[in-house]
Design a protein around this ligand. Structure first.
Ligand code: PAF
Length: 297
C-alpha cells in the first residue's frame, strides 16, 4: 500500500494507476461503517484509493476539531489489511496553503436545512474538500455512507451540478448490536451515555412502525411520536427530529417516499445523527448490523 502525503506525489501516482478507480474519503478513526465502504469498493475497482484528512473547514469554531479522534497508524494498518492500494494523508497546509480563497458553497434546502441549519458552514467545508479530493484522485466511483444522508445528498448534487464523471455509491449505515449507528464520535461517549445513545435508534424504529401502521398519518404526528421516545432518556438533548424528502431535503406535508426520518441529538458534549430511509419503492433502508451483531440476532 502506498501512503502519499503531498499533492505533487499524488498527481504523479495518478498517472500510474489503472482503472476502474474507486475512492473512499474519510476523516480517519475508521470503524466498521468505513470498512464496509472499503470492502465494497475493493470488489468493484482495480485501484482502490482512500484518504484520511480531518478537514478543519467543515468544523465551526465551537465544534470538536481539536478533540476529533485520530489514530493514523491503526487506520493505515487496517486499510492495508483490506487491500487498499493508495492512501492520501495530506496535512492541513497541503490542502489549504496560505492564500487559499475558493470554496464550493452548496445552497438551498439541501444544504441549509437540518444539518445545514445547526452547522451553517459545514457543507461548504465538506463540498470544498471533497471536490478537491475528487479533482486529485479523479475516481470512477466514490463510496459514501447513508448515515450521513445529507452529506451524501449534497455530494450527489455537486456531482450532477458540476458534471463530474463520477458514480456515487451510497451504502447502508452499519450499526452496533443494540442499533447505535457506527460513528467515530461514539468514542466520546461515557458508559452511561453510550447506553443512552441507543434511544436514537429506538426513536427511528418507533417512527418506522408508526408509518407502517398508518402510512397516511401526518409527518408531524410521526415526529411527535418519535420525540416522545427520545424524551424518555434524560441524558439526551434533542437538536431535531424531522421527516424530509430524501433528495431535496424539503419537509413533507404527506408521507411521500423517498423520505428520510432524521435525528440529531446531543449526549453531553457529543452530537450524534442517524436516519432511516423510506425508499422510493416503499421499502425501508434502516442500515445493517455488523457481522458480530448479526450472529446475535
Ligand atoms: O464523512 C466524512 O468523513 C467527511 O465529511 C468527508 C466526506 C471525508 C469530508 O471531509
Amino acid at each position: 500500500m502506498q501512503i502519499i502525503s503531498t499533492i505533487q506525489e499524488l498527481v504523479y501516482a495518478r498517472t500510474q494507476w489503472s482503472g476502474p478507480i474507486g475512492f473512499v474519503p474519510t476523516m480517519g478513526y475508521l470503524h466498521e461503517g468505513h470498512l464496509a465502504l472499503y470492502r465494497q469498493a475493493r470488489t468493484e475497482n482495480k485501484t482502490l484509493v482512500g484518504s484520511i484528512f480531518v478537514n478543519p473547514i467543515q468544523f465551526a469554531p465551537h465544534e470538536d476539531l481539536n478533540r476529533y479522534p485520530r489514530n493514523l497508524a491503526h487506520d493505515l494498518s487496517t486499510l492495508e489489511s483490506l487491500g487498499v492500494d493508495v492512501v492520501f494523508t495530506p496535512s492541513v497546509a497541503e490542502m489549504y496553503p496560505s492564500g487559499f480563497t475558493t470554496y464550493v458553497v452548496p445552497e438551498g434546502p439541501l444544504a441549509t436545512q437540518a444539518e445545514g441549519a445547526t452547522r451553517p458552514n459545514h457543507f461548504r467545508g465538506v463540498a470544498t474538500v471533497v471536490l478537491k479530493l475528487f479533482q486529485l484522485v479523479r475516481p470512477d466511483t466514490v463510496y459514501f455512507g447513508q448515515k450521513d444522508a445529507q452529506q451524501t445528498a449534497v455530494i450527489t448534487r455537486m456531482i450532477q451540478d458540476f458534471n463530474l464523471p463520477i458514480a456515487l455509491h451510497a451504502l447502508p449505515t452499519i450499526r452496533e448490536d443494540d442499533g447505535l449507528a457506527m460513528s467515530s464520535r461514539n468514542s466520546y461517549l461515557t458508559v452511561s451515555q453510550r447506553h443512552a445513545a441507543t434511544v436514537l435508534y429506538q426513536a427511528l424504529q418507533t417512527g418506522r412502525l408508526a408509518i407502517e401502521a398508518d402510512p397516511h398519518s401526518h409527518p408531524e404526528e410521526i415526529v411527535q411520536t418519535m420525540k416522545n421516545v427520545l424524551a424518555r432518556e434524560s441524558e439526551i438533548r434533542l437538536d431535531y427530529i424531522e421527516i424530509r424528502d430524501a433528495n431535496t431535503f424539503l419537509t413533507l406535508e404527506t408521507l411521500q417516499p423517498p423520505a428520510l426520518l432524521l435525528i440529531a441529538a446531543w449526549i453531553g458534549k457529543t452530537r450524534l445523527i442517524d436516519n432511516f430511509v423510506l425508499q422510493a419503492n416503499g421499502t425501508w433502508n434502516t442500515g445493517q448490523f455488523t457481522e458480530h451483531a448479526a450472529s446475535h440476532m
